[in-house]
Design a protein around this ligand. Structure first.
Ligand code: NAG
Ligand code: NAG
Length: 361
């Protein structure tokens, strides 16, 4: 009798599995069933009781530095009068890596959080059955799929929800020129520009918003791709549909491409400084420091352009030695008819331009 129940649950799990596949799993549940005899207390107690775990179907969007709440609720159907001792476990499947890692476990009022999430996560329990996850001080690499699992002694049930950051994707190549980055140096190049390698989802959103770039770049998952909105011969073929062209997964050490970096909103702000005769690169760095600021990084200029509407038709030095300017409202003599950050590449350091500085407050 006592052995029959786990066996039955296993059979039900198999059924559940096919149900989950069909339902894309944003809301699901399972049945505790009796074993057909109905003469043991356990069986009667569980007869027809169903545990539901629910979240919202839409992803949660946030910006870097802010907090995000990932909703999760559970309930029993029919409702139980006797409270049950449940455990809650949140885990995370990073956008760029293949394995789930633990975020937080809770048993009653006791919590434990893990790794990078230590001190940044807590459960929100503002109503019965709520076990939402609050993540503070969001980082660029917190995106991905989170799993809320409720464990009720015998069994567990879970749902997943995606966390995405609002941000901007920009193609990046270093001063040495095109196709000089392997996966590791691409990651590093983005980080040096206050950004992170973009995920496929981030590149896809940028493509939907019109990003067209005919050089292949690394993404966070180790694939190499590029977004094309205006098909042409040199960029995968003139008769191909617009889309993301993919070279698939490339060798992380030996293959070299550009990078697609992702930056989210800024805490501080970016501004332009100039001198009557311009500034060489050394002077540009110094004038920002003299202003208690720092010469801006490429990711900061993109974020300021995208989120604060920075618009300036003056070329300025940036921290990587490139010269660029941000245009939110295209006009004659300020580059192409689309908004964007224009680049003059990497001029010699003694050329004279203005400079973009960044102050974090
Ligand atoms: C995520 O980003 C933070 C801040 O940029 C960094 O300290 C941390 O090591 C990164 N975590 C991973 C797993 O890459
Ligand atoms: C920039 O100009 C200063 C003089 O104001 C000079 O000392 C410095 O070497 C110059 N730097 C470059 C990279 O040309």
């Amino acid at each position: 009798m006592m052995n029959a129940l786990p066996l039955l649950v296993t059979v039900l799990q198999l059924q559940l599995l096919s149900f989950l596949v069909a339902a894309v799993g944003y809301s699901n549940g399972f049945f505790y069933q009796d074993n057909g005899n109905g003469n043991g207390k356990k069986e009667i107690y569980f007869n027809g009781v169903r545990l539901h775990v629910e979240t919202t179907e839409a992803p949660v969007f946030a910006v870097r530095g802010s907090s995000a709440t990932l909703p999760c609720h559970y309930r029993y159907e029919p409702e139980l009068n006797i409270p049950r001792r449940t455990r809650v476990k949140w885990s995370w499947l990073p956008a760029d890596r293949g394995h789930e890692t633990d975020v937080l476990v809770a048993l009653g009022q006791r919590h434990h959080s893990f790794g990078d999430f230590k001190g940044r996560v807590r459960l929100r329990r503002s109503m019965p059955g709520e076990v939402s996850l609050v993540i503070a001080k969001l980082q660029l690499n917190d995106t991905g799929r989170y799993r809320c699992k409720v464990i009720d002694g015998l069994e567990d049930e879970s749902v997943t929800i995606d966390l995405a950051l609002r941000g901007v994707v920009f193609p990046y190549q270093p001063s040495r020129g095109r196709y000089h980055l392997n996966f590791g140096t691409a990651q590093q190049a983005c980080e040096e520009q206050d950004s992170a390698l973009a995920t496929f989802e981030q590149l896809f959103s940028a493509w939907e918003e019109g990003l067209d770039w005919c050089n292949a770049g690394w993404l966070a998952d180790g694939t190499v791709q590029y977004p094309i909105t205006m098909p042409r011969k040199a960029c995968g073929g003139a008769d191909m549909a617009p889309g993301i062209r993919s070279y698939g997964t490339r060798h992380r050490h030996t293959h070299h491409y550009d990078a697609f970096c992702f930056s989210s909103s800024l805490k501080g702000h970016v501004y332009f400084l100039q001198q009557p005769h311009g500034l060489n690169f050394t002077e540009a760095m110094q004038i920002c420091e003299g202003d208690r600021a720092k010469i801006a990084k490429v990711g900061q200029l993109y974020a300021a352009w995208r989120f604060m509407g920075l618009d300036r038709c003056d070329a300025g030095w940036l921290a990587d030695g490139s010269v660029r300017y941000p245009i939110a409202h295209p006009r004659p003599n300020c580059g192409p008819p689309e908004p964007g950050v224009r680049s003059f590449g990497f001029p010699s350091h003694h050329h004279r331009h203005g400079v973009y500085c960044y102050i974090s407050h």
